[in-house]
Ligand binder design. Structure first.
Ligand code: FES
Length: 171
């Protein structure tokens, strides 16, 4: 889980410790990026450049590792990560409509994140629930047979209500 600390200096210190601890191990880039992502919640470009500089390797090498593995994210993710399946079965049964509803409700497109950082949306290719298409996930929870826009809207609004509660609790 990403750390809750948002102090940039503190995060940079943690990153330095990670690099120091791993730099002399064989093939340290993956481990360092993994821990860096836990610190920042994703892998900002300046972090990739910084890691490359500290390891004395080309930026392209670090960038290549970061973009090769699906577990690494180069963009920030929302507290609620929505994954819409656009695999064949889901696409045919209404996946694009799910995307339209999400766009309308949250004001963001695939690959986007809401300004408050609560929601991000990405497209995925088949999560193995084709018989229940169309499906989407919110974090680890799967919502299936989202055939009517109203059903998708209800799911989104449920999470918007949760987000509002969280915002109130932390205000
Ligand atoms: S195509 Fe969507 S779950 Fe398989």
């Amino acid at each position: 889980m990403p750390t809750k600390c948002n102090d940039r200096t503190e995060l940079a210190k943690q990153l330095d410790q990670v690099i120091e601890r791993n730099k002399d191990l064989p093939g340290p880039i993956i481990q360092i990026l993994h821990e860096a992502q836990n610190i920042y919640g994703y892998l900002p470009l300046d972090v990739l450049k910084y890691v490359a500089g500290k390891l004395g390797v080309p930026q392209s090498e670090v960038y290549g590792v970061a973009t090769f593995y699906h577990l690494f994210h180069l963009k920030p993710k929302g507290v609620y990560q929505i994954r819409v399946c656009l695999g064949t079965a889901c696409y045919i049964r209404g996946g694009p409509t799910l995307v339209d509803v999400i766009k309308t409700e949250l004001g963001i497109d695939i690959g986007g994140i809401t300004e408050d950082g609560m929601f991000s949306v990405e497209a995925v290719r088949c999560i193995g629930a084709c018989g229940l298409a169309p499906v989407m996930m919110v974090n680890d929870k799967v919502y299936h047979r989202l055939i009517s826009p109203a059903k998708t809207r209800a799911v989104i609004r449920e999470y918007q209500a949760l987000a509002r509660q969280e915002a109130k609790a932390t205000a």
